[in-house]
Design a protein around this ligand. Sequence first.
Ligand code: UDX
Length: 443
Amino acid sequence: MKIAVIGTGYVGLVSGVCFSELGNEVVCVDKIAAKIERLNGGEVPIYEPGLQSMIASNKEAGRLRFATDLNASVKWSDIVIIAVGTPSLPNGQANLGYVEEAAREIGNAMNGYKIIVTKSTVPVGTNEKIANIIANHTEKPFDVASVPEFLREGTAIQDTLHPDRIVIGTDSPKARERLVELHKSLTPDIIVTDIRSAEMIKYASNAFLATKISFINEIANICEKVGADVTKVASGMGYDKRIGSSFLKAGIGYGGSCFPKDTQALVQIAGQMDYDFKLLKSVIEVNRDQRLNVVRKLESLLDGLAGTTIGVWGLAFKPDTDDVRESPALEIIAALERRGAQVKAYDPIAGDNFREIYGSNTVIYCDNAKEAAWQSDALCILTEWQEFLQIPLTDIEGWLKLPYLIDGRNIYDEGQVANTNLVYYSVGRPGMNRGAKEQAPVL
Ligand code: UDX
């Protein structure tokens, strides 16, 4: 099939490349000429393992190209995928400006029957709006479908080529047949629904995963008080198939380009229908507060942060990505600075992106992990990069001025920490706390 993908962000680029990998002819379209130039020159604007080589091989095979001309690309295609951004408005609502603009341009470019697929995460009812906009700009026949994307950064190719399920929301039998055909090699689990349910599945899935994370973070906070170990609790819960073991890792809360935005948007969607989504509001609140536990812990350990130097390892919202959007590190570092600490930060690949978004020149950005820890009053780990685990804890102990280590992601186990003189605190594992003070501060 001939597919035009509008938008070369995470979802658009990875989907387009994977569809070409499956043997389809694909053009990825973006308004930003510089981005298309870079892609045509072999550069990939995002850090995603395996993506660069997959782009190169599909370009070479003549199945994949990049263009700025939306009109010509739509005219050439059988299927048009809308994968433009839906950033948050200040009130948390999704901004549909880019989606609506894409729909208008698609409408103007129509030259025959096409299926318009939305992969951007959009509020319930948006695909119907898209259909109306397109219909206002063309007489040509078309169908719309919602095919939400569930890929995770860092494992995006694997998630796209081997998904747990594909959801296709459409009211057209013709679109249904072609889209099932397009996706059937990926998984036997293809769920076909009406459009509104498909739109809702995406929000409900992300909101549920965010709920699991906030739930386990609260359990971790209670474990701190009652002397239980949250990793053991999560493992014991996870064996129950109804609960499942994934997304029960306690830490400093979720970040990234999806969970924070989509949970806020779902609260707004419900609110517009006069429904108060109390549970999800609490999930968001718990997540916000969880980030500051690291700061409270440091404050308590060091008797205030004014004049201290704090080393930070990890700026990305999770490992294997250079993405810092809504990364917990943004708020944690801002809170440390507000309390008078000098922050020395290191991330294997996200440092430049962090500097750009954080927009402050007070943080000292370090070239390696040792530099960030060197002569610091304490070190906190905010992203669970493998690189950090390769560094012996005895080295860290030697580099720090005071041997205080706050492990915000529970990356070390009991045996590793027991062999050191580090003052160590993690999340929801009070039995592993090794404090300099009698009173272990509560994470
Ligand atoms: C998420 C969804 O998983 C994906 O289906 C959707 O399409 C986009 O949003 P992503 O944002 O790439 O993907 O990252 P994910 O791996 O889901 O992690 C999100 C955040 O939750 C990270 O900050 C991570 O550190 C945190 N997390 C995840 C936890 O704190 N604990 C967990 O157990 C799992």
